[in-house]
Design a protein around this ligand. Structure first.
Ligand code: AMP
Length: 508
């Protein structure tokens, strides 16, 4: 590909560029509307401004700002100018930002005005030449400074291998690593999803996800931008607000928590969504219970897909065929998947092993960590996802757990997901997480952390007796703790590392 991802995106805009691309909440004066024309004009202006600041193609632009149309346009400007976009989670504390800035060495940081002083300190210490501000309502020094820029520079010519984005992995499994995503990775995956999910310029995507993560930035925005569809942007997921806006949408994308929260409202009913075309779910496992309840309540079958920061999307349940609960569907076109045993030997259908992926979507390695990157690839260019999976006889991919979640107790492998499903099936239980903790005798032992439904009661002994009826003894958690809620990151993933830390002495 000799086009930048930006040029590809712009080529997919509708012929009539006065059409609306984005509708975002305004400052109490109704929505702020962005036509496709306005997106292009501002992407060109911001790209020129970055050039005038002295940035060269390949320089990093780090961002820690609230979701706003301008932050999306800044992303498009980076793609246009060949600068490398580096979005940071808005929940990151100063120490985490400091680590990322030290690692990525951006030429510019754009931050919220409220954190200008703290980020300014980091920039001074780390030698970052420029810090500018941008808030959710398009105020800040970035906007003021960019207003004067001309539209002079034309889009950079990028090869498929040129770096477009560095996205730090969510850190549920340790120190963040910068996944290097190329123009080719993002283009291939965006086009595959657009086509697999039948996006057209008639679609209206209700976008309530954050845009510092692959789900909200790539999966959602690329599907819309590459099909000329309109997006209705909401600042964050708020159940009542989403219910208000669903009547004007055709597609909604969520993490499983969005769906459980919607189902908890009586206002969420079949009539509200009878006109909708598609609901997708990903980033964390969708419980079969949620899938079934959603289908019963609305008549819609949620389409679950699976991916990760390093690879974009790997699999999707079919748009036209059967969407199967508890599975993440089939590999996307051009994406190859295989399940391997501990020695890297291929598993047969139905066997559980490590999931590996190969294809145009797979990232170019971790930023400045060639050795770590090499370790994550098996011979032949297969990326080791770290997910444990099984492919069934019909070809559907089932995720069984994360490799790092795997508990080895007394030499036996225990897959937490299996236990969690049994615990979650108990009528008193809302949700659960099973983790491995140090154990004097077994080395590691399973421990269950359980959230009960409101008003329900259940004790440790009863829960264990019920499990013993269903599974081998070595799989039975050695202890059960009841908590009010499970710690989750912004993408809805249970932060098992926090639980491991909290309960590390429970079995010693
Ligand atoms: P991240 O890099 O933050 O997007 O996290 C990627 C990880 O999220 C994957 O390796 C999976 O473990 C998990 N994940 C993503 N989608 C799903 C899904 N549909 N079901 C279960 N786990 C998922």
């Amino acid at each position: 590909m000799s086009l930048s991802l930006y040029t590809l995106i712009e080529n997919c805009f509708p012929e009539d560029r006065t059409r609306l691309a984005l509708e975002a909440p305004g400052r109490g004066h109704g929505p702020r509307d962005w036509s496709f024309m306005r997106l292009s004009t501002y992407a060109a202006r911001y790209a020129s401004f970055l050039g005038q600041l002295g940035l060269k193609p390949g320089d990093r632009v780090a961002l820690q700002v609230e979701k706003s149309p301008e932050s999306l346009v800044l992303y498009l400007a980076c793609l246009r100018g060949g600068f490398v976009f580096l979005p940071m989670n808005t929940a990151y504390r100063v120490e985490e930002v400091d680590y990322l800035v030290g690692d990525a060495e951006p030429a510019l940081i754009v931050c919220d005005p409220a954190s200008e002083a703290a980020i300014g300190d980091i920039a001074t210490r780390r030698g970052v030449p420029h810090v500018l501000t941008l808030d959710a309502e398009a105020r800040g020094s970035f906007i003021d400074a960019a207003a004067a820029a001309t539209n002079a520079i034309s889009p950079a010519t990028c090869s498929a291998d040129d770096l477009a984005v560095i996205l730090y992995t969510s850190g549920t499994t340790g120190k963040p690593k910068g996944a290097m995503l190329t123009h080719g990775n993002l283009a291939a995956n965006g086009l595959a999803l657009r086509d697999a999910w039948h996006f057209t310029d008639e679609d209206v995507l209700l976008h309530a996800l954050p845009i510092f993560h692959a789900h909200g930035l790539f999966v959602a925005c690329h599907c819309a931008l590459l099909s000329g569809a309109k997006m209705i942007w909401r600042q964050k997921f708020d159940r009542a607000d989403v219910i208000d806006h669903l009547p004007r949408a055709t597609v909604f994308m969520g993490v499983p928590t969005f769906y459980t929260r919607l189902l908890a409202s009586e206002d969420f009913n079949a009539a509200l969504v009878s006109h909708m075309r598609l609901f997708t779910s990903g980033s964390a496992p969708l419980l079969t219970e949620t899938f079934d309840e959603f289908q019963a309540r609305t008549g819609h079958t949620i389409l679950e897909r699976y991916g990760m920061t390093e690879t974009g999307m790997n699999t999707s349940n079919p748009y036209d065929g059967e969407r199967r609960a508890g599975t993440v569907g089939f590999p996307l076109p051009d994406v190859e998947l295989r399940v391997v045993g501990e020695e890297g030997d291929p598993c047969s259908k139905g066997e559980v092993g490590g999931l590996e992926v190969r294809g145009p979507n797979v990232f170019a390695g971790y930023w400045r960590q060639p050795e770590k990157s090499a370790e994550e690839f098996a011979e032949g260019g297969w990326f080791k996802t770290g997910d444990i999976a099984m492919i069934d006889v019909d070809g559907y991919v089932h995720l069984v757990g994360r490799a790092k979640d795997l508990i080895i107790s007394g030499g036996f492998n225990v897959y937490p997901k299996e236990i969690e499903e049994l615990v979650d099936d108990m009528p008193e239980v809302l949700e659960s997480a099973v983790i491995g903790v140090p154990h004097v005798d077994f080395g590691e032992a399973g421990l269950a952390v359980v959230v009960l439904r409101e008003g329900a009661s259940l004790d440790e002994a009863t829960l264990i007796i019920r499990l013993k009826e269903k599974i081998a003894n070595y799989k039975i958690p050695k202890r059960v703790f009841f908590v009010e809620s499970l710690p989750r990151n912004t993408m809805g993933k249970v932060q098992k590392n926090f639980l491991r830390e909290n309960f590390k002495t429970a079995c010693t």
